[in-house]
Design a protein around this ligand. Structure first.
Ligand code: SF4
Length: 64
C-alpha cells in the first residue's frame, strides 16, 4: 500500500501532519505536504488512514 499526494490539491492545512507526524511533514518553501513514508508499515496504516480522512482538500489517497 502506498500513500499518494496530489500536490495540486494540497492546501497546506497540515491536518495530515497532526494525524501522522511520522508520515507527513510540511515543506516550508512550498507550504505543501511532503510524504515522508510512501509505503507505510501495517503499524502505520491506521495513522495513514486517519490522515487521508482528515485532509479537507482530499489531496491524499491510499493506493493498494
Ligand atoms: S491535510 Fe491535505 S491539504 Fe493539508 S497538508 Fe495534508 S495533504 Fe495537504
Amino acid at each position: 500500500m502506498r500513500i499518494k499526494l496530489d500536490e495540486d490539491l494540497c492546501m497546506g492545512y497540515a491536518n495530515c501532519v497532526v494525524q501522522a507526524p511520522d508520515l507527513f511533514d510540511i515543506d516550508e518553501e512550498t507550504d505543501k505536504a511532503v510524504v515522508l513514508v510512501t509505503a507505510p508499515s501495517s503499524e502505520q496504516l491506521p495513522a495513514a488512514k486517519a490522515a487521508v480522512q482528515a485532509c479537507p482538500a482530499m489531496a491524499l489517497r491510499l493506493e493498494y
